[in-house]
Design a binder for this molecule. Structure first.
Ligand code: G3I
Length: 359
């Protein structure tokens, strides 16, 4: 390898370079999304896993280049932290917090209560005993452990269900055992354990003009209104923003009033899990990337018009790590819904986010 190649970390083997290994770290040349966000008084962040950051220097570089905020994609979920009643496994979550601290990054905690990440032992205990102690102890332990590190918590994740029989609230183990008061109780427990943390409710499918999402928007606003009216400690709302190219056009006339209602309640808004599910993967990569970028630009241009939107987080940086991938998908079969491709080359979506943040 010659000196120039060494300096730029380039591999001598063309095959490896073609696979994306050993090329110059793009981060140094890619405009920083965090810098763009900060210029406008906002933040940009992403969901990450510490094992992926440690295994992939290019991902690490992209995270450091683009992000001011990190969300642990799985490490702070209940089943990750306490897989059995007497087994605590905070190693990866602690590792991510240490990485964030070492690099001056802020942390969004995700998520204290989520029906999909409640370990089986806890579900059984909650259903059997129906007193608050199982949940209360958990929130106290976890929000307390990270009280000086997690700036904002998704306290309740995905409580809305368009088919939910009670006011559009999801029929989960918490509803069945405690009724709808579980949401306020969780927020109060989080406030007590981590008084400085900002507390949020995080949910999905509010973006498009269809009857299911209309029901979801209405139910969500109703929930927020009730919580605010009761003086519940709620500071912020997380809108996941899993965009979907099969759902028709995004409409400002739908989104803007929704955001305005949330803002009118005095709540901050965070875009927490932005990505795009593609619709037609038979098109050229160029066309596919353009469609994804256009959707993101349209969405962000609408939501960033609302001053209460404080920041944007994507659900991962690289297509390689996206939850939207079908098992074993490779190459053109990969969904291309994140800012970087599978080998950490920035795509038009990256430029779209940058432009929207600065607009
Ligand atoms: O690490 C184990 C591995 O050891 C095991 O062999 C393998 C077998 O299935 O599972 C691996 O764990 C998986 C984990 O991701 C890491 O890859 C879990 O099964 C899988 O359920 C988990 O999925 C995560 C999911 O939440 C559930 O926690 C996704 O990565 C994550 O992107 C997704 O994130 C959610 C948000 O929290 C809430 N909003 C929707 C979003 C997407 O579903």
């Amino acid at each position: 390898m010659n000196r120039r190649a060494l300096l730029f970390g380039m591999a001598a083997t063309p095959g490896l370079a073609a696979m994306g290994f050993g090329r110059p770290a793009r981060g140094a040349m890619t405009a920083s999304l965090s810098t763009a966000a900060t210029e406008k008084g906002r933040y940009f962040g992403t969901a990450v896993r510490i094992d992926q950051i440690e295994a992939n220097p290019r991902l690490r570089q992209a995270v450091l280049n683009d992000c001011g905020f990190l969300t642990p994609e799985i490490h702070m979920k209940w089943n990750a932290l306490q897989p059995a009643r007497d087994q605590w496994t905070p190693g990866p979550a602690d590792g991510l917090v240490r990485f964030a601290q070492a690099n001056n990054l802020r942390v969004r905690g995700h998520a204290l209560l989520w029906h999909k990440s409640t370990p089986q032992w806890a579900e059984a205990e909650i259903a059997r005993e129906r007193d608050w102690s199982t949940v209360g102890r958990y929130i106290e332990a976890v929000a307390g452990r990270y009280r000086d590190h997690v700036e904002e918590w998704d306290v309740v994740n995905e409580p809305i269900d368009a088919d939910g029989s009670t006011d559009g609230l999801r029929d989960n183990v918490f509803m069945r055992s405690y009724g709808s008061s579980y949401i306020a109780r969780a927020l109060e427990a989080a406030r007590a354990a981590a008084p400085k943390a900002r507390l949020a409710i995080n949910d999905y499918s509010f973006e498009y003009d269809n009857s299911t999402e209309q029901v979801r928007r209405t139910a969500f606003l109703k929930l927020l209104e009730k919580l605010k009216a009761a003086g519940t400690p709620l500071d912020s709302v997380g809108l996941q923003a899993h965009l979907d190219l099969s759902k028709g056009p995004l409409k400002p006339g739908i989104l803007k009033p929704f955001l305005a209602e949330i803002a009118g309640m005095g709540l901050d808004i965070a875009i927490t899990e932005l990505d795009v599910n593609e619709h037609d993967r038979r098109l050229s990569l160029r066309e596919r990337d353009a469609r994804v970028a256009d959707e993101v630009r349209r969405y962000l241009d609408i939501v960033l018009d609302e001053p209460k939107v404080k920041g944007v987080t994507t659900w991962g940086l690289s297509d390689e790590h996206s939850w939207l991938q079908a098992a074993g998908a490779r190459g053109a079969a990969l969904n291309r819904g994140l800012p970087y491709d599978a080998v950490l080359e920035p795509k038009p979506m990256h430029r779209a986010i940058h432009a929207s943040l600065l607009a």
